[in-house]
Design a protein around this ligand. Structure first.
Ligand SMILES: Nc1ncnc2c1ncn2[C@@H]1O[C@H](COP(=O)(O)OP(=O)(O)OP(=O)(O)O)[C@@H](O)[C@H]1O
Length: 614
């Protein structure tokens, strides 16, 4: 045990109240058992302390953490720590990664950053720091990321010469003056919510358009440490055959593990914690890439440590609900059969992640490595429209009245129309179906899982729910188009109208295709028989349902060219219920504040909570 460090940590945790208990037992070995602690290879020093969301409250006690002079990573984010930035942190001269965001720190920033020569990433956002931005930051030659957003910093921004800086966020402070030349290469979003003039931007050096915020808190020199640890584990455990990254990440995601488990038994038994595994395949270029405006404060390692459950396996991969240590809940989609190279994959992610629309589920982050491709979304606690209509295994259906279904239809249509307008009007959703439609905070449909058809080679098997949405021509061409999206959307409309799955079994062995079934019933002039019996109890809606049925049937026309365009479908659906047109928002932003107030909740709908839990 690193005895001195252990004592410092015990002093720290004894003096700083916290609401979640830690398994920091005096008698247990720090390096092998204590939550949130990583030691150096030879176990002589503590090199990382990661304690996000432990419920720490109060100021950091002096002369505690500052004794961990070997510390490289310190993460105390998402706690309720108060007081000034600890002045004795100047002793932590090896610090490379500092995460203190989402706390209640106040007072000035440290005046002398030069004491941390190795500092690579600093996130002090979402606190109450005030005063000016210290010029000493200019000495931070290794700094690649600096986030000071959402504080109360004031004064002018100094001319900071930080050649390696890639990420800068100074938004939402009280900064003023003009933007120094050295920082003009950053997007204007880095400085939003201040009183800064951009006048001096020269036409030869225009501000870089908003791009991605990249989180990469893998310490520079930790690779060696980790690989050495890894080697030890391999030799000790003799478990070489089990070291396939995919397998372990699966274990990581699919097993609900208690934290204690994670930190204690596994390592002693010779198994690796997933973070050890990722370092094998992760090189400096592979990292979790967050999209701009994403408020999440976690990194890949946090994600891999999260407890998780499988939500389901789809055409393009498996979706997991992951609960991070600070209780943030996200959905991680693990893609399979990706046939795009890194650059094409990233390009597609940038297109998809750049869409901000209230009817399109935001892609929050993605990860690409040779072995793993991940996409991260908000978790929709109400579940998908598919689950609402048909119920999941062992779960009740959510009764959806006609008004709710109209909102789902018009919302999803607007979302897909927005997708089709993207990338010069060329983007294809490629996976329109009710399990990819969720409800936004106004209970309107919101489409997810888009843009994957062009980067994967997966195709749903012919007898599967997913295949029931597929336009006939796609079976031959294997190429999704905007017209095939329209077909799939038509199937969703039929689902909403009939309450039936796109492919369902009748009493016997027979498999019924919804489109064919609806056609056959309508042909026999039994139109009323088509509609979901659950809708029959609502008076005066038959006319609207018939109009909607006509729209649906125009979408599922066999000849692709004869199908309406998505933007036309939006107008058609809006005309079914004229009052709906008033709610139309052509905005491309997702700003809740500019939205009209939500409609009153439908009387039959049992959905009451917000659509996303964050
Ligand atoms: N963000 C989310 N919040 C809540 N549930 C989700 C989310 N994303 C996906 N799901 C659910 O997880 C399950 C699996 O999703 P996934 O997208 O992997 O498969 P799918 O939609 O069934 O098929 P496909 O991959 O063909 O789209 C589905 O039931 C889906 O509704």
């Amino acid at each position: 045990d690193p005895v001195q460090d252990k004592r410092a940590l015990l002093d720290f945790v004894k003096k700083l109240p916290h609401s979640r208990s830690l398994n920091w037992n005096v008698t247990s070995p720090v390096c092998h058992y204590w939550t949130g602690i990583t030691c150096s290879d030879d176990e002589s020093r503590v090199i990382a302390v990661r304690l996000p969301g432990v419920g720490f409250h109060g100021p950091i006690p002096a002369n505690t953490l500052s004794r961990l002079t070997g510390l490289q990573i310190l993460s105390l984010r998402s706690n309720r720590i108060t007081g000034d930035f600890p002045s004795d942190f100047s002793n932590l001269s090896n610090l490379s990664y500092l995460y203190l965001q989402f706390n209640n720190f106040s007072g000035p920033l440290p005046s002398n950053f030069s004491v941390w020569k190795n500092l690579t990433f600093v996130n002090l956002s979402n606190n109450g720091f005030n005063g000016s931005i210290p010029f000493s930051l200019s000495n931070m030659t290794e700094l690649t990321g600096l986030n000071l957003a959402n504080n109360s910093l004031s004064g002018e921004i100094p001319d900071l010469q930080m050649p390696k800086l890639q990420i800068l966020n100074l938004s939402n402070n009280n900064l003023s003056g003009s933007l120094p030349k050295s920082l003009q290469r950053f997007p204007s979003s880095s400085f939003l919510g201040n009183n800064i003039s951009f006048e001096s931007s020269s036409p030869n050096n225009p501000p870089v358009p908003p791009t991605l915020l990249v989180s990469n808190d893998k310490p520079k020199n930790s690779k060696g440490l980790r690989e050495a640890a890894l080697l030890g584990i391999i030799i000790a455990g003799g478990l070489l055959g089990l070291l396939a990254f995919g397998f372990l990440i699966l274990v990581c995601f699919s097993r609900r593990k208690s934290k204690d488990d994670e930190y204690s038994g596994d390592r002693q038994k010779g198994r690796m914690s997933p973070e050890k595994v990722i370092s094998r395949t992760q090189d400096a270029n592979n990292r979790l890439v967050f999209f701009e405006g994403c408020h999440y404060a976690f990194d890949l390692e946090d994600l891999l440590r999260a407890s998780a459950e499988v939500l389901g396996k789809g055409t393009f991969g498996t979706a997991y609900k992951a609960i991070l240590e600070d209780a943030t809940t996200v959905v991680v989609k693990r893609l399979k059969d990706v046939n795009a190279g890194k650059r094409d994959f990233e390009q597609q992610m940038e297109i998809v992640g750049g869409i901000r629309h209230e009817n399109v589920v935001e892609l929050k982050a993605y990860y690409y490595s040779k072995d793993e491709k991940l996409m991260v979304y908000d978790f929709f606690s109400q579940g998908s429209v598919s689950a609402m209509l048909h119920g999941k295994r062992g779960e009740e259906k959510t009764p959806l009245d006609w008004d709710s279904r109209l909102r789902i239809a018009v919302g999803a249509a607007r979302g897909i129309a927005r997708v089709h307008a993207e990338n010069g009007g060329k983007l294809v959703h490629g996976n329109v179906k009710s399990s990819n439609i969720f409800l936004n905070s106004r209970q309107y449909g919101c489409v997810s899982d888009l843009g994957l058809a062009t980067i994967t080679s997966s195709l749903a098997p012919p007898i599967s729910r997913a295949a029931g949405y597929r336009a006939p021509e796609v079976t031959d061409t294997r190429k999704a188009t905007q017209a095939s999206d329209v077909f799939s959307f038509g199937v969703v409309l039929l689902e909403l109208l009939t309450g039936k799955s796109p492919i369902h079994a009748t009493g016997g062995e027979e498999i019924v295709h919804l489109v064919r079934w609806v056609h056959s019933v309508v042909r026999e002039e039994w139109t009323a028989e088509v509609f979901d019996v659950e809708l029959m109890r609502y008076p005066n809606i038959e006319e609207e349902m018939v109009e909607m049925l006509q729209i649906a049937l125009s979408c599922v026309t066999r000849i692709p060219d004869q199908r309406p365009k998505m933007s036309e479908i939006v107008t058609m659906i809006e005309s079914v219920r004229p009052m709906e047109a008033e709610n139309r928002r052509s905005s491309t932003t997702r700003s809740e504040s500019s939205m009209p107030p939500p409609p009153p909740p439908p009387p039959q709908a049992v959905v009451t909570e917000n659509s996303t839990s964050q």
